[in-house]
Design a protein around this ligand. Structure first.
Ligand code: CAA
Length: 258
């Protein structure tokens, strides 16, 4: 694979990351996923980046993990190399928000990659699905876990057990995506949402992402306690003083990210 599988540029405080392999269906090869993780990790330590928009090609967000590579995989090497887990699982450890801007196909690992992101915005031509069953495998990057959490058991069972895909408006009705926009507005809308997030205080952005994620990992009591601790800790931030002073003085807050 060439080095140009992913392009990354900065738009203000938002990084725009595009999956751009030679094949516009963006099969998610190991090399592509390694490169994606590297770019996201770089954004994590870049103080000028507060959020990322992740998108694909004109044809697909991504059509799933690399079927050609998987076709010869055996259990021993999948297990020994922690296939999927080794790289993909690192995406969920990113602290800054990632917005998936999904146009075209988001199938299998592509749908799972979108669901790993914090917000999913779909173009009206987006098609989601977990077709792994048609290949004789189980979804391997979270489809059986994140789809029921996003869309409920019946929808997840339907999608994973039939392998049939569903369109952007169905994804919206299921709660898998936050909004559907015309294809030509996809990137602008995702960047607009990214900038709306990014203009706020970075430690507060990160804390809110942690707190919402906690809702999927803990009981309500644990989650509420975690939120309360973050809420109290927030009063140690200069940005809390600035945000409230700005409100009372009827001016725009100038956050310093501390
Ligand atoms: N991996 C590797 N190659 C892929 C691919 C994938 N996921 N998806 C498509 N391709 C390749 C095709 O093999 C084909 O290659 P050649 O030109 O060399 O023959 C090329 O991309 C174009 O594909 P199509 O001719 O099929 O394109 P299409 O426009 O007719 O159909 C599509 C598009 C509906 C997305 C169809 O390609 C498709 O169904 N792809 C597979 C989707 C899928 O099953 N994804 C799940 C993968 S398993 C997984 O992701 C596991 C996991 O949970 C982590």
């Amino acid at each position: 694979m060439s080095a140009a599988m992913i392009s990354s540029e900065r738009r203000g405080r938002v990084a725009l990351v595009r999956l751009a392999s030679d094949n516009p269906l963006n099969p998610l090869t190991d090399a592509l996923m390694d490169q994606l993780v590297d770019i996201l990790l770089r954004n994590e330590t870049d103080p000028h980046v507060h959020a990322t928009v992740l998108t694909g090609s004109h044809k697909a967000f991504a059509a799933g993990a690399d079927i050609a590579a998987m076709s010869t995989l055996d259990y021993a090497s999948a297990f020994a190399n922690d296939y999927i887990g080794r790289s993909w699982d690192r995406i969920r450890t990113m602290r800054k928000p990632i917005i998936a801007a999904v146009g075209g196909y988001a199938l299998g690992g592509g749908c799972e990659l979108a669901m790993m992101c914090d917000i999913v915005i779909a173009a009206d031509d987006a098609r989601f699905g977990q077709p792994e069953i048609k290949l004789g495998i189980v979804p391997g990057a979270g489809g059986t876990q994140r789809l029921p959490r996003a869309a409920g058991k019946s929808t997840a069972m339907l999608a994973c057990l039939t392998g049939e895909s569903f369109d952007a408006n169905e994804a919206l009705a299921y709660g898998l995506v936050s909004k559907v926009v015309p294809r030509e507005q996809l990137i602008d809308e995702a960047l607009r949402v990214g900038e709306q997030i990014a203009r706020h205080s970075l430690p507060v952005i990160v804390a809110i992402k942690e707190a919402v994620d906690r809702a999927f990992e803990s009981s309500l009591s644990e989650g509420l306690l975690f939120e309360r601790r973050l809420f109290h800790a927030g009063f140690s931030l200069a940005d809390q003083k600035e945000g409230m002073a700005a409100f009372l003085e009827r001016r725009q807050a100038a956050f310093q990210n501390r």
